[in-house]
Write a protein that binds this ligand. Structure first.
Ligand code: AMP
Ligand code: GLY
Length: 423
């Protein structure tokens, strides 16, 4: 079949790399893609939120399956755009409906969903500029640190963790009354702080049954020892050592099943990935967020561990054979280390020549912000390349990722040398 992947990061390269191996894959396109996706498929210059251009391309190239990488087009309703269109309705689009995408698009929606379906999560209340005084009272009833979340999408920046009560009150006011994150923060969710170690689980669902993909942990901060600013993610490990079979079964019972059943009960169409961010609070998993897509760089460790044909699984979602498909996972540990541009996540320069990729032999090179320019590959984003390696244990795999990281060069290159330090 002919496939179109939307997106341009390491996640999309990992998807493309895996799907290109499938015997069911005929033509593979990535919009807009990067220098890495161009090695396994054909990049096309279409913007991910330009639904009309996507439609034209899908019809011209006889695309039968569209895999949506990032959340943006999903929150903007690309699923409904396909299903409500006579010519597109039979194309299989992997991703939730616009309403399903609200699990990520609105923190308040996600919280209400979790409470309605008894899914363990932090206690919370929501506030707008109309009940600011109540917000102050609620903050006074909590203990530090205070967790303030902009309701809407804020490019990963909408969550504040603050130690000082007065600062929390001031920030709440800035968010709701002074639009600190634009309309995204006109509603703010304040929630109880959960103390514990984070992990993520991923499922793929056809809206009826589901498959649990490998667990992963990512490292969001720019600095070693988990310090400094938040990034999109500086590295990841799969599986998470403390998430053994029994723990995953507990997550399945208390969180995954009620999530999939909750979507059904609420009549929300959902055919795609769900990324569940959890905090392990003294052995009890609690949800901190849903994402309606795979994570990046988590995909770069989760997808390579899948031995089965991913495309057949995705195809099964459209064909109604999803529940019969096998999902086989390797026992090996996968790690990924992200090379980023100097200055990231603040301002950084693009267009730096990347060398040494051909010297890497022990890792898979997943491109993120890269671009082919004539004969050379140049940097084209904050996160540039993810180096994924396998090992019998985490340290074996990490050693390969770090050795590969040393072989690649570009001006301003930075990476964290302590991925996995806390495990
Ligand atoms: P989110 O965008 O909701 O994932 O939040 C971003 C980050 O803030 C998470 O990855 C956690 O590290 C942290 N966080 C969010 N909610 C909480 C909470 N209730 N308690 C502790 N940390 C949290
Ligand atoms: N790595 C976190 C995310 O993709 O949201």
């Amino acid at each position: 079949m002919n496939i179109l992947i939307l997106g341009s990061g390491g996640r999309e390269h990992a998807f493309a790399w895996k799907i290109a191996k499938s015997s069911s894959c005929n033509k593979l396109f990535i919009a807009p893609g990067n220098a890495g996706t161009a090695e396994v498929g054909t990049n096309i210059n279409i913007e991910i939120n330009d639904f009309e251009s996507i439609k034209k391309f899908v019809l011209t190239e006889n695309i039968e399956l569209v895999l949506v990488g990032p959340e943006d087009p999903l929150v903007n309703g690309i699923y409904n755009f396909f299903k409500e269109n006579e010519q597109l309705k039979d194309v299989s689009l992997i991703g939730p409906s616009k309403e399903g995408a609200q699990l990520e698009g609105s923190k308040q929606f996600a919280k209400e969903f979790m409470f309605r379906h008894n899914i363990p999560t932090a206690k919370y209340q929501t506030f707008t500029k109309n009940n600011l005084a109540e917000g102050y009272t609620f903050l006074e009833s909590l203990e530090a640190p205070y967790v303030l979340k902009a309701d809407g999408l804020a490019a990963g920046k909408g969550v504040l963790l603050l130690n000082d009560l007065q600062e929390a009150k001031d920030e709440l006011k800035t968010m709701v009354a002074d639009a600190k994150f634009g309309v995204a923060s006109s509603t703010v969710v304040i929630e109880e702080f959960l103390d514990g170690i984070e992990l993520s689980v991923f499922i793929l669902t056809d809206g009826d049954s589901y498959k649990i993909l490998p667990s992963a942990k990512d490292y969001k901060r720019i600095g070693e020892g988990d310090t400094g600013l938040n990034t999109g993610g500086m590295g990841a490990i799969s599986p998470v050592p403390f998430a053994d079979r029994f723990y995953i079964e507990k997550i399945e019972r208390e969180i995954i099943k009620p999530t999939v059943e909750g979507l059904k009960k609420d009549n929300i169409e959902y055919k795609g990935f769900i990324f569940i961010g959890l905090i392990n609070v003294k052995g009890e998993p609690k949800v901190i967020e849903y994402n309606v897509r795979m994570g990046d760089p988590e995909t770069e460790v989760v997808i390579p561990r899948i031995k089965s044909d991913l495309l057949n699984l995705l195809k099964g979602i459209g064909d109604g054979t999803f529940s019969e498909e096998d999902l086989e996972i390797t026992e090996e540990v996968a790690t990924t280390v992200m090379l980023v541009s100097g200055g990231y996540p603040k301002t950084y320069e693009k267009g730096k020549k990347i060398t040494g990729v051909e010297k890497v032999s022990d890792s898979i090179v997943f491109h993120a912000g890269t671009k082919q320019e004539g004969e050379s590959i140049k940097t084209n984003g904050g996160r540039v390349i993810a180096l994924t390696s396998f090992g019998e244990n985490m340290n074996d795999a990490l050693k390969k990722s770090f050795d590969s990281a040393e072989k690649i060069a570009f001006e301003g290159k930075y990476f964290r040398k302590d991925i996995g330090f806390d495990l």
